[in-house]
Design a protein around this ligand. Structure first.
Ligand code: PGA
Length: 261
C-alpha cells in the first residue's frame, strides 16, 4: 500500500483528483468506481474544476457506484443514485446514462446483484475505485464480519449505521431503509487501482486497522492489504494512529518522478 499523509484536508482531494486525471488523460474510455459519503465530495468537485478548466474529460467514461438502499425510489433525495448525481454526475461531464448502481428496486434483488457483477465485468472491470472507510472499518456496506470473498449482495444494515444515517431522513430511524445492495469485498478488490480516502481523527483507528492489520473480516478495509495497487490518502487526523507514519512520509517525499500514484 502507498500511504500519502497530507497537511491540509483539502489536499486529500487534490491527490485523489490527480489519480482520476491521470486515468482520464491516459485511457480512452475509463471506468470509475464511485463512493458516496461526505469524504469524496471535495474530490468530485476538484475533478469538475479540472474538467471546466479543459485539463481532462470524463465524456467517454463509465462509472459504477458501490451500493444502494433497497426500496427507496431512485429519485428519493437520499437514494445513493440521487446523492451521486448531486455530488458527482452534475459536477463533471460524464453522460448520466453511463453512471450505474445496483438496482435496489428490483423485484428479484438476487438477480439484480448478479446482473450488477456482470455489468461491471462487461465494462471491462473498474480501472480506479474511489473508496471511503467507516469508523468501524467498513467499505461500501460491508460491515465488520463481512466475508472478504463476498460479491454484490443484499445486506441488513446494522443499527449503528441506520442511526448514523437517520440524520439524512429527518432524524427518523424508521425512515432509513433496513437493507441495501452492496458490492462485496471481493468485487471491490477486482478494481485495478483503489484510492482510499479518510479525513479526521474519528477515522484514525479504522485506518490503522486497515493499513497496518491484521487482515480480518472484523475490519473489511484491511482486505485492501491483499490488493497490489492501493493508494491511501489521509489527513493528519486520519493518520494519527499509524505506527509507520514517519516511514510513509519519507517514502512519499522521496518518490521518484517516474512513479505515478
Ligand atoms: P463518509 O462515509 O465519507 O461520510 O465518512 C464513509 C463510509 O462510511 O464509507
Amino acid at each position: 500500500m502507498e500511504v500519502i499523509i497530507v497537511e491540509q484536508p483539502g489536499d486529500v482531494a487534490v491527490h485523489a483528483a490527480d489519480a482520476i486525471e491521470d486515468l482520464a488523460t491516459s485511457h480512452p474510455a475509463p471506468v470509475l468506481g464511485l463512493a458516496t459519503g461526505s469524504t469524496p465530495r471535495a474530490t468530485y468537485e476538484e475533478t469538475g474544476r479540472r474538467i471546466a478548466a479543459g485539463r481532462m474529460t470524463l465524456a467517454r467514461a463509465r462509472a459504477f457506484m458501490l451500493d444502494e438502499y433497497v426500496g427507496l425510489p431512485p429519485h428519493h433525495p437520499q437514494s445513493y443514485r440521487s446523492v451521486i448525481d448531486a455530488i458527482f454526475t452534475t459536477k463533471v461531464d460524464i453522460d448520466p446514462a453511463n453512471v450505474a448502481g445496483p438496482d435496489g428496486n428490483a423485484s428479484d434483488v438476487l438477480a439484480a446483484c448478479a446482473a450488477y457483477e456482470r455489468a461491471i465485468a462487461e465494462a471491462g472491470g473498474i480501472d480506479l475505485q474511489i473508496l471511503g472507510i467507516g469508523g468501524d472499518g467498513h467499505i461500501a456496506f460491508n460491515e465488520p464480519g463481512s466475508s472478504l470473498a463476498s460479491a454484490t449482495r443484499i445486506k441488513t444494515l446494522i443499527r449503528a449505521t441506520r442511526q448514523d444515517n437517520a440524520r439524512f431522513f429527518e432524524g427518523v430511524l424508521d425512515a432509513v431503509p433496513s437493507h441495501c445492495l452492496t458490492q462485496g469485498v471481493a468485487t471491490i478488490l477486482r478494481a485495478r487501482h483503489i484510492v482510499l480516502l479518510a479525513l479526521g481523527e474519528p477515522k484514525a483507528e479504522a485506518v490503522r486497522h486497515a493499513v497496518e492489520g491484521p487482515v480480518s473480516a472484523m475490519c473489511p478495509a484491511s482486505a485492501l492489504q491483499l490488493h497490489p495497487h492501493v493508494t491511501v490518502i489521509l489527513d493528519e487526523g486520519a493518520a494519527s494512529r499509524l505506527e509507520m507514519a514517519a516511514y510513509y512520509r519519507e517514502v512519499w517525499e522521496n518518490k521518484p518522478p517516474w512513479q505515478r500514484l
